[in-house]
Design a binder for this molecule. Sequence first.
Ligand SMILES: [Zn+2]
Length: 47
Amino acid sequence: MREAAEPEAIGGESACLLPLVCAECGALAEQRPPTVCWRCGAVVDRD
Ligand SMILES: [Zn+2]
C-alpha cells in the first residue's frame, strides 16, 4: 500500500478509513473523499 508514505492518512485508526470505502465495489479509495474510485469509477464521498 503506497499510502504508507502518508503518515496522516495511516494513523492506525481503522475507523477513519471507513469513509474511503467505495460503496459500489468495496475498494479503498486512494485519496480522501470526495474522490473517484480507482477501481470502478464511482464517486466516493462521505455520506
Ligand atoms: Zn468502486
